[in-house]
Every structure is written in structure tokens, then in C-alpha cells.
Design a protein around this ligand. Structure first.
Ligand SMILES: Nc1ncnc2c1ncn2[C@@H]1O[C@H](COP(=O)(O)OP(=O)(O)O)[C@@H](O)[C@H]1O
Ligand SMILES: [Mg+2]
Length: 383
């Protein structure tokens, strides 16, 4: 329902950046983090980190609260001083360069607009600070306002605008001086769901029109997946894995990544045997589960199967992996049936599938078979 509504409003409104203003185009620069690290006393907010972000890339950082996302962003923007290591933007070290000289545009969750200035004056401010001539300021502010579709509210004050409009002003203000890098820290968290989806699309458009590199922090995996080319997942002050949304979902390296992105059925592994086509994992229940992938980690490991990869049947299916269970819960929403299945009363796994007219839907309490392919079976590390 929401998706349809937002799709409609997208079609009915002029997409941001239609004008593709040449004067706002920027030269996206690559960023290199070289052993960058931040400690507060004995506490480590960011462990030594190496990372390369491509010029013009839309790069997102996700992770739970306290994982170090804002610290990494603050080190980039210059609000946080590194304990060790350094950062290069466009191949040049920014060590000791103050924030306003880093040519970085910034957008935060609380729009941080000047309440006593009009929308136009807010957007003009960074240009004034940089000594841009008055006539050029007027032209640039106009382009920036058109870019975010706010040309009709230039004389209003921020408190006369909606949250979405205020965030558009913040976006215009952050991009009006052609920053080579735009950093955003949870910029849409204060907006409601529909508006958030709309703004995700608009920020993506803005990025493709302007060409700057974008570093986008969010705790919302859906947001990262819909916007970023690559995503870094952080936990406890370090980047755990980097990849596209698809790569991270399909090939999580450990239990944290697997359960942070979407849903994952995790079954503890008691033993592993090498097979010609991958590995055989023996579960605590004695089931032998085939995986077509090799296990590269060491130590404790888990079988990971995504709920949509499982099939549920009343009779024994012809599939690589089969376990028996009892349906303990079943819910239907928007064409998707979700089952919770208990295996030997000790483990509950989730399965879901799109329901079409002839689909089998078991009653709660019925004995069923769960089947899935070896190709959809991962064996992953604990950490
Ligand atoms: N100024 C500070 N002083 C002490 N600890 C801090 C400070 N800023 C952040 N931290 C700590 O560093 C860790 C990472 O914080 P942060 O980067 O803000 O995480 P995130 O943005 O992922 O929620 C947290 O444990 C936080 O408490
Ligand atoms: Mg944060």
C-alpha cells in the first residue's frame, strides 16, 4: 500500500534534479582511511580501520547504535580528532585541515537550519562564508532551490516548512558549494515512513545529478539497500563486512551480519565433514545438512538458511536438505504466509513464501517437512 502511494506521488511530482544544473556539478573524490582509529580514554569508539571509497560512489554505513558510525563520519568531516592513522580525500591527507576547509557537505538528522534566516539565506550562508560574489550567490541559491523543488518557498523561515521540506533545505545548503563529498548521518530518521521513501529516491537522484561522493550513515538496512552501491556493516567499533546489499544478504560472513540483515535461520553445527560438492554440517539434532559452499572460517559455526529459501510440504520432498518439524505459528499478510516451525521442540525456524491460489498452507500443530537446496545453505562463523 505504502509503496503504491509513494510511487504515485513520485510520478506526479517533478523529480529533483531535472534541471541538472551545471553550476552545482561537483568533482567527486575518493576517500582513503589508513589505519584510522578513535579512542576515548580506554574505550575504543573505532578500531584501526582501512577503507577505500571510490570517487563518486554512494557508500553507506550501517550498524547498531554505538557501533562507531558517527565516529567514522566525524573523523571524515573533522569534528572528531583521530587517535591514530589518517584520511586522504582525493589522495591528499586532510590531517589538520579544519572542517569548513574540507569541502564536505553535511546533513544531519536534526536539520540544523538557522531558524532566524529564510530558506534562501540558509542556502546562501555557506557561499557567503566562502567569499563567493553576491551575484553568483543569487544564481547558485536559485539553482539549488530548483534542484530540491523548493523554489516557491525561498522567503519562508524554516519553522514554516514541513520536516521533509526542511531536510530538502539542508540538502540544498550542503550541496550548493560543490562539495566533493557529501556526508549524511541518519538524515531521514525524523521523517515518517512514506516521506522517508520519497526522500531516499530524491537523495539518490541528487547524487546522480551532482556526481559527488556520498557517505551515508543509517541504522536502517532498507534505506542503505535502496540507495547505496556498497554498504559497510559496523559492529563494536569495526567494519565487519563490505559489499552490495545482495552480496551481504547472500554471503554474510558471520552470525552478526546474517542476523542484522533480514531474517536468518541459524542452526548450531556440531560437526563438519568435507564433501566433494561443499561441506556436510551435522546439526545438534543429528541431521546431516548439505551446503554447496565451502566453509572458510574456523571455530564454532552455524548453518544459515533464509526463510524464503525453505519450502514447506506435508509429504517428504525431493530436496537436498530435509528436516521434520511442527508448525507452531502461521500468519498471513499482503500475499505472504509466514510459518514458525519447531524442530524437535528445541529450535524454531521461520519460513515464508508468497501465496498463490494453489499454495499449501498447513494448520498450526501439523507435522511438516522443511526442504531447501544445498545452494541456499550457508555455513558461517560465529564471529
Ligand atoms: N565524545 C565521546 N566520549 C566518549 N565516548 C564516546 C564519545 N562519542 C562516542 N563515544 C562512544 O563511541 C562509541 C561509538 O559511538 P558512535 O560513533 O556515536 O556510534 P553510532 O553512531 O554507531 O551510534 C559508543 O560506544 C559511544 O558511547
Ligand atoms: Mg550515530
Amino acid at each position: 500500500m505504502n509503496a503504491v502511494v509513494s510511487e504515485k506521488s513520485r510520478l506526479s511530482s517533478r523529480p529533483m534534479g531535472m534541471d541538472s544544473p551545471a553550476e552545482l556539478q561537483s568533482n567527486g573524490q575518493p576517500i582513503d582511511y589508513l589505519g584510522i582509529c578513535k579512542r576515548y580514554g580506554a574505550a575504543v569508539a573505532l578500531k584501526p580501520t582501512n577503507l577505500h571509497i571510490e570517487a563518486g560512489e554512494f557508500f553507506s554505513i550501517i550498524g547498531p547504535s554505538g557501533s562507531g558510525k558517527t565516529t567514522l563520519l566525524g573523523l571524515t568531516a573533522g569534528f572528531v580528532a583521530a587517535s591514530e592513522g589518517h584520511i586522504k580525500i582525493g589522495g591528499v591527507s586532510i590531517e589538520g585541515v579544519p572542517p569548513f576547509k574540507r569541502n564536505i557537505g553535511m546533513v544531519f538528522q536534526n536539520y540544523s537550519l538557522f531558524p532566524h534566516k529564510t530558506v534562501g539565506q540558509n542556502i546562501a550562508f555557506p557561499l557567503q562564508m566562502r567569499g563567493v560574489p553576491k551575484r553568483e550567490i543569487a544564481a547558485r541559491v536559485e539553482s539549488a532551490l530548483r534542484l530540491v523543488r523548493l523554489d516557491n518557498v525561498a522567503d519562508r523561515h524554516p519553522n514554516a516548512l514541513s520536516g521533509g521540506q526542511q531536510q530538502r533545505v539542508a540538502l540544498a545548503r550542503a550541496s550548493v558549494y560543490n562539495p566533493s563529498l557529501l556526508v549524511m548521518d541518519e538524515p531521514l530518521s525524523a521523517l515518517d515512513k512514506n516521506l522517508r521513501e520519497e526522500m531516499q529516491y530524491e537523495i539518490k537522484q541528487l547524487h546522480s545529478k551532482l556526481g559527488c561522493t556520498v557517505l551515508y550513515v543509517t541504522h536502517d538496512q532498507g534505506e542503505a539497500a535502496s540507495m547505496a552501491e556498497r554498504i559497510a556493516i559496523m559492529n563494536l567499533g569495526e567494519i565487519v563486512q563490505i559489499g552490495s546489499a545482495r552480496e551481504l544478504y547472500r554471503n554474510p560472513q558471520n552470525r552478526f551480519v546474517a542476523s542484522f540483515l533480514g531474517q536468518a535461520n541459524l542452526i548450531p553445527v556440531a560437526g563438519l565433514e568435507q564433501a566433494s560438492t561443499g561441506v556436510i554440517a551435522i546439526t545438534e539434532f543429528g541431521d546431516r545438512i548439505a551446503s554447496a559452499r565451502n566453509f572458510v572460517g574456523s571455530g564454532a559455526c552455524w548453518i544459515c538458511v533464509r526463510p524464503e529459501a525453505m519450502r514447506i510440504t506435508p509429504t517428504r520432498p525431493e530436496m537436498d536438505n530435509i528436516v521434520k518439524g511442527v508448525v507452531v505459528d502461521s500468519t498471513f499478510m499482503n500475499g505472504v504466509q509466514r510459518h514458525r516451525i519447531s524442530i524437535q521442540g528445541r529450535l524454531v525456524v521461520e519460513q515464508f513464501e508468497q501465496i498463490i491460489s494453489a499454495s499449501y498452507t498447513p494448520e498450526i500443530g501439523s507435522e511438516v517437512y522443511l526442504g531447501w537446496r544445498a545452494a541456499d545453505t550457508l555455513v558461517i562463523s560465529d564471529i
